[in-house]
Design a protein around this ligand. Structure first.
Ligand SMILES: [Zn+2]
Length: 374
């Protein structure tokens, strides 16, 4: 489809004539939140939150479980999650699109279709003097966090990605994946771990993380599992919340501002496994609680832009009903699907993220914010 044709295919959900004008313009989307206008200063604190694999059905189930869920009063848009050469995408190219503004090929981390590195969100933030942070519930060098900081034509080059991550000297790094930094993957000499321990406050357990005092910690590196941190019952009910709390506490101390990416991996992993509804809802509610934490921070620091989205949908999740007309969750896939995913936004500049956006458009808008171009 050509861009010209695409731009004519504007679908308006018109509930009143006042909405008609707002629904028809793409170049200047309506400000549906009232939080962002041309006169508001560019945000200096930016948080991107990714519920990996979560589509509208995942969010619908979470909303039914808790109608006051954090995202329910944010601006909403939809993201077209395609890659450079494919419709149904994966975490590496979609996270790369968000982080760099460039659509690329399957498995690509922070590189364009030509396999060459492209500037990503943490690099743009650091170039402007902002603090930087990555949080995930899986390996910290898995595709999503890696795409926001690192560069590789293959997402599975974990030892190389680990070395790159230590070289990047981010402010806060919290997740799993210790096996990629230590042991046989790095030649057993412990050199990479020595560099982490000398450059950061280093933690390996949630208990050690809980004991961290953000007011006296300048840089924090946590490798909280050998690989994936697992679902809520395995990683602990406080794990994601504690990671978010400590990261915000440290990043908040940089007077220049910060960029933070937060991912929950398990909405994807469990949807691949076609897990039961309770497991999926549990992951979505844990993530939504983290969204609430970040929105509470945003309320106290209105110069913060918060984006909540997904890289792609996983499972082709449907909500059917049984003989008692109770909701029954179903799957049409054990892999990813090509349906759009929601993009929730709040804060200065949020209006750039409403409507239907390509994932690389979202990335370019994000980079404009991080470069202070808005
Ligand atoms: Zn997946």
């Amino acid at each position: 489809m050509t861009n010209a044709l695409r731009s004519r295919l504007t679908v308006a959900l018109v509930t009143g004539t006042a909405l008609l004008g707002a629904a028809c313009g793409r170049a200047e989307p309506a400000d549906r939140t009232g939080t962002g206008t041309d006169s508001t200063p560019a945000p200096t604190r930016v948080v991107v939150m990714i519920a990996d694999g979560a589509g509208l059905s995942h969010w619908t189930m979470a909303y039914m479980a808790d109608p006051s869920i954090g995202v329910s009063d944010m601006q909403i848009g939809l993201v077209d999650t395609q890659g450079a050469d494919h419709v149904v995408s994966g975490s590496a190219p979609t996270a790369t699109a968000y982080a760099t503004g460039v659509r690329t090929f399957m498995g690509a981390v922070g590189v364009g279709p030509d396999s060459l590195p492209v500037e990503n969100a943490t690099e743009a933030a650091a170039a402007r003097g902002l603090a930087t942070g990555l949080i995930t519930t899986t390996s910290i060098v898995d595709a999503t966090p890696a795409s926001f900081a690192l560069h590789s034509p293959t997402r599975y080059a974990f030892p190389e990605l680990s070395r790159q991550l230590v070289d990047r000297e981010l402010t806060v790094v919290l997740g799993g994946g210790r096996m990629s930094f230590d042991g046989p993957a790095q030649g057993d000499d412990g050199a990479l771990m020595d560099r982490i321990r000398s450059g950061y406050t280093y933690v390996e357990t949630i208990e050690e993380l809980t004991a961290v005092d953000p007011s006296s910690t300048d840089r924090l590196f946590g490798l909280l599992a050998q690989g994936d941190m697992g679902i809520v019952p395995d990683r602990g009910e406080s794990a994601l919340a504690t990671m978010v709390e400590k990261a915000l506490g440290i990043l908040d101390r940089d007077p220049d501002g910060f960029f933070l990416m937060i991912e929950n991996e398990e909405s994807d992993t469990q949807s691949h496994a076609n897990a039961d509804m309770g497991t999926i809802v549990g992951e979505m509610l844990d993530f939504a609680a983290a969204v609430r934490q970040v929105l509470d921070y945003q309320a106290a620091h209105p110069e913060t832009l918060v984006l909540v989205t997904s890289d792609h949908e996983t499972g082709g999740v449907s909500l059917d009903y049984d003989d008692d007309r109770d909701v029954v969750m179903g799957y049409s896939s054990g892999s990813h699907t090509g349906v759009m995913v929601p993009l929730f936004a709040r804060g200065p500049g949020a209006e750039a993220f409403g409507g239907i956006r390509r994932n690389d458009e979202v990335g370019r808008a994000l980079l404009r914010v991080l470069r202070g171009e808005r």
